[in-house]
Design a protein around this ligand. Structure first.
Ligand SMILES: [Zn+2]
Ligand SMILES: [Zn+2]
Length: 426
């Protein structure tokens, strides 16, 4: 024993050189696809289903089956991606809602309550997102909402539920209940609970409202579950299943060649447009390899590394925000240049976005735009364009609605571009 301690004291003998860790040959565990089944599929016991619906207002809580929930990612990526241990929502429930299931009349616009065009424009884009709207109407959320009791009409300010607010808007539009601004009152009354910075009389960033409104809806989905779930499992709500994708950030140390892969959730892609003429250019520079100074945890020193961003998991709804506002000489300046964007976007066209060619290509269809009108970054007005269920495009300028051609839409200079996945033909 003493000899061992003596040897340990002299570490130079035991460890003559630095240990370099390398990736192990990882063997995938057997697939659980055939063992675990989602608990909410039709052949399940209805009592069991009910008890889970009460548990969560947006879906279900179940143990996950890795291969099922992420079938779009390839096996090589799956080995490095940390999968959620539990799921709140089964994304398969959205598979029949990707396209519009019926044709309906275009809905109403929304009154401007001061400077609320940033809210109106984003809401129109959400309303014409088939997977979101159809699912919400089909599985009426308020009946199972844990945040407030809808029957009491007692809208407690502290228990505002953003999904209930959105359901109200969609329900009234689809049922032509309301033709004036009444439908937004619940949301506007609780605006400060979506984001402290939002108010009716000051123009705000539409993209900021998009993010904060989604976050508020995510909060509703997680209500009661926050402490039970690890971070990755918290990213399995209805909202994440529609709008959430994952970046893969590859950082390779030039000294030890260790490849640090970090997966990060996104709800939209915010991309630089400077020097680009098309969306394709913007995306290629977004995913371009770059050299960075980096602290390598294996070399334990500052090293030169290559960094490349790619998309490892594509969302059902791909929202691209063009960074039109940039700091220049301590001022925010708007870049109003024209960026060409396609009606149909195939993920296969962007080889750097999809690192391994085995990933199944995804076709995205353009269905909504948010435009910021005006040359200044500080003032202006937001409008939106949406593709209705009959494929006809409409321009929404607060309460004004106008039918437009696709050609008009494609000539615009959007701030935010909404694409939705099309059903694959096979
Ligand atoms: Zn609710
Ligand atoms: Zn290193």
């Amino acid at each position: 024993m003493n000899n061992l301690f003596d040897s340990l004291k002299n570490q130079k003998i035991l460890l003559p050189r630095t240990i370099v860790f390398r990736e192990a040959n990882y063997k995938k565990p057997p697939k659980l696809t055939d063992i675990l089944q989602p608990i909410n599929i039709n052949n399940q016991n209805s009592n069991e289903r009910q008890s889970f619906e009460i548990l969560n207002n947006s879906g279900i809580l179940q143990e996950t089956n890795q291969s099922k929930s992420n079938s779009k990612s390839n096996s090589k990526e799956e080995e490095n991606f940390q999968f959620p241990k539990r799921r709140l929502f089964n994304p398969n429930l959205l598979s029949s809602e990707i396209e519009w299931n019926s044709v309906f009349k275009i809905g109403n616009g929304f009154h401007n309550h001061g400077k609320t065009s940033y809210i109106n424009s984003i809401l129109q884009c959400f309303i014409y997102t088939p997977s979101f709207t159809q699912y919400i109407l089909q599985e009426p959320h308020p009946s199972t909402c844990q945040i407030h009791n809808r029957t009491s009409n007692d809208f407690n300010q502290n228990f505002f539920c953003a999904i209930c607010a959105f359901f109200d808007i969609v329900f009234q539009i689809r049922n032509q209940v309301n033709q004036d601004e009444k439908d937004l009152l619940f949301l506007l009354k609780n605006l400060k609970l979506i984001g402290q910075q939002f108010n009716l009389n000051q123009e705000q960033d539409a993209h900021e409202f998009y993010i904060q409104f989604l976050q508020k809806m995510i909060e509703s989905c997680l209500f009661g579950f926050e402490r039970l779930l690890d971070i990755r499992s918290q990213e399995t709500t209805l909202i994440h299943s529609i709008f959430g994708g994952y970046f893969k950030n590859n950082i390779i140390c030039s000294r030890c060649h260790f490849n640090n892969k970090v997966f990060e959730l996104f709800l939209d892609l915010s991309i630089n447009i400077f020097g680009s003429k098309s969306l394709e250019d913007c995306l290629l520079s977004f995913t371009k390899q770059e050299k960075i100074q980096y602290y390598c945890s294996f070399c334990r020193q500052q090293v030169l590394a290559t960094k490349q961003l790619s998309i490892s998991h594509f969302p059902l709804i791909l929202v691209i925000t063009l960074k039109r506002y940039n700091f220049f000489q301590k001022q925010v300046v708007k870049n109003n240049s024209f960026i060409k964007f396609p009606e149909v976007f195939n993920s296969n066209n962007f080889s750097t976005i999809i690192p391994e060619s085995s990933q199944k290509p995804i076709n995205y269809l353009l269905y909504a735009l948010v435009i910021h009108q005006g040359d200044s970054a500080n003032t202006g007005h937001y409008i939106s364009y949406v593709r209705n269920s009959n494929n006809i495009w409409y321009k929404f300028d607060d309460e004004k609605i106008q039918q437009v051609s696709l050609k008009t839409v494609l000539k615009e200079k959007p701030y935010m571009i909404f694409y939705r996945q099309q059903k694959s033909k096979d």
